[in-house]
Each structure stands twice: as structure tokens, then as C-alpha cells.
Design a protein around this ligand. Sequence first.
Ligand code: 5GP
Ligand code: ZN
Length: 401
Amino acid sequence: MPKPHNPSSETFTLHLTPKIPIPEYLCGEVQSKLAYVDEGILSARVESNRISLVLRAHPGPRTPKLEAKVHRVVASMAQGAIKPKVQILEDYLHRSVPYSQDPMEELQKRGEVFAEASGTYTLGPLLTQLIAYFESLFHSLAHQFQAVAYRFPVLISAEFLERVKYFSAFPHSLSFVTHLREDLEIIDGFSQQAHCEDHSLQVPHDMFARVKTLLSPAVCYHLYFSLADKPVPRGRVVATAVGNCFRYEAINLNSLERLWNFTMREIIFVGDKDFVLDNREAARRIMEEKFEALGLAYRVESANDPFFIGEFRKQAAFQSAFQLKYEIRARLPFKERTLAVGSYNYHQDFFGRHLNITLPNGEAAHTGCVAFGLERMAFAFLAQFGFDKNQWPSEVKEFCS
Ligand code: 5GP
Ligand code: ZN
């Protein structure tokens, strides 16, 4: 039975007991999914035997429906889930670092971050320089693989996303793009009526055209789309690109740690299985040296992508069993937690099969990528080294002076 109580006059906290205990290792994943359960949820907290939801207001007669949705999420993610064995490839989490404050406050004070909208930030000169420094590291990594540079669009095709099953795997994080329908009356009507209320554009939805494009959620997809339905020239490609990525995160949007719009640098490998796996491993070893020179406190461990509830259990177990994803998790000393700043990914022949990308022997190509989140890299660096450049590694200090 829920045990409601009312901590303030505006919001309402609903406590629920899950029908099955949520394993400790899944609490964070379930909590992040509750953000998408109901528009009335302002925040969620998940413990093994207790779920607390802060709601905009008392849900009244909608309470049973809301509870049923929460229980569905828990059942879908936790029932029959098997704890993945976390594999740690590098453990430098306890390197000593000179700073332990939350950088966000200082960044705001310095005008280094400006939240233009939820999860969308303008970054100032210090963050821009730091990102340029990290980019120089990633360029040198890309150079060691003779990766060819690409530029990819911010928009991504709905049809291609469908081909790679994105709609069933990550529907919650999609960002759609539309425009006004090509109709003079509609365009005139819009220009006269359009205004914002409650941070939102107030116009009838039928003014908008059907959605054919979305905002891109990843960088490497664009390379795979461009290789679709033909043989890979000479059987292998190594490419690199930086790009804007969009993953809608609802109430999980939080400082530079979780953005709707962030930028990612990727190095992408297409070829046979050994080619992709060997290069992913080589890239990890090169980065291990670079992070050591920097003195970054981090760990590399096996991980899974944030699949939506229906797909989560199966897909996460699959990724774990086949060691498809490793994350670089940097320490955030101010909260004694870690943040994924990058990942080493192997997709097997998933994109090769669904996009019909073939190797000279006629088999589907394998793919993999090494991806770094640039805002998160800069944020984790500041969380560990602070704002006094004299405390910074000399290489970074020189680059940013
Ligand atoms: P992945 O493809 O492994 O999910 O993402 C690659 C990298 O992009 C992550 O390791 C992380 O650094 C960055 N990234 C993913 N999601 C977010 C996000 O919501 N906000 C920010 N700032 N970076 C993200
Ligand atoms: Zn990728």
C-alpha cells in the first residue's frame, strides 16, 4: 500500500513498496526510467524496498493508474534480472587529485555556463579551452589509427533510425524535428499567433509537418548510414568525427553531468570482427597512457546502454555477456560517485546486418567506436583539479594559458 505524506503545500510525495525487491545494482537504472512514467513526477528516489515520488500535486483519482505504471517499470526491469558481472579493465579511481568541490557553483559564478533551456548550455572560454585540450588528445588518438575525418549533420533520418531499431531501444530519449506545413494560411497564422507560455510555444499541433528527421543521438550512426547497402571499400574504414548529440533526459537533466544536447568525439572502426576488437583494445591502451600522464582518477568497467524498460533486461544482459561496452568512469570527488566520460563499444555485426554493409567475403561488417563526451570530460577534470591552474597538470596548464 502507498503511504502518502505531504511535505509542502505545493508538492506531494508518494511512497510505494515495490512488489518485488529491486536489486541494489538496478536501483539507479529504475530511478532514471521513472522520470518517463508520468508528467506529474518532479523527482524519484528508488531504494530496494521503497520508491518515493515527488509529484507536482496529489494525483487524486489517477493514483492507482500511476502506481500501476510504476509497478510495470519495476516488473519489466527487475523481474528475473541477473546481476551482470562487472568487469574492471583499469582501476585508477583512487589517484590523488587536488580538488573536491562541485565545480558547477564556481562555473555559474564565473559566467562559464549559461542554461539557455533545460539541458542546453552555452559554455564560456575556460570550458571551451578545456574541451579544446581534450580534443587535442583525441585528435592524437585518431591520428595513431590514421582515422579519416568526417563531418556529420545534426539532423538524422527517421527511416535510417528505424532500420537500426532505435525506436524500440531508446524511444524515451528521442528528439523530433519538424517545420511548418507548406501552406500559406498556416504560415501566416503561425506568424500572427505564435507566442511562448510556460517556456513552450503555443500553437496548434496540426500546423507542424510530419516528422521525417530527428536530432541525432550519436555520431557513429551517420557513418554506418553512409555505408549502407554496399560493400565497404577495401573491407575496412577508420573514421573520426565530433558532433552534437541529443538525448532527452526529462527530470534527469542535471548540470553538465547530464545534458539534452552534448558533444561527442568518436573514433569509428568498420571491418571484420578481429579488426574492430583489436582496434578497440589498442585505443583503450593508448588512452590509458594519456589518462595516466594527466593524473585523472577513473576506472574502466563493463557497462550497458540505457535501453527503455521493455528492452532493458534482455539487451543489457546481452551487452554484458558479450562484453560489448566498457565505460570510462571518472571520479567526482565532491559526491564520491563516478561519471561516464567515454566508452569503448563493439556492436558486433548489428549495423552491418541491419544496414546491409558488407565485407569483401560477402559477410556483414562488424563495427565499433570509441566515444568521449566532451562536456563531461571538462566537468570531471574541473571536479578533480579545480580552478587554480597551478594545481593543474602542466600540459593542460600550458595548453589553456
Ligand atoms: P554512449 O554512446 O556510451 O552512451 O555515450 C558516449 C559518451 O557520451 C558517454 O560516455 C558520455 O561521456 C557522453 N554522454 C552520454 N550521455 C550524455 C549526457 O546525457 N550528457 C552528457 N553531458 N554527456 C553524455
Ligand atoms: Zn558510436
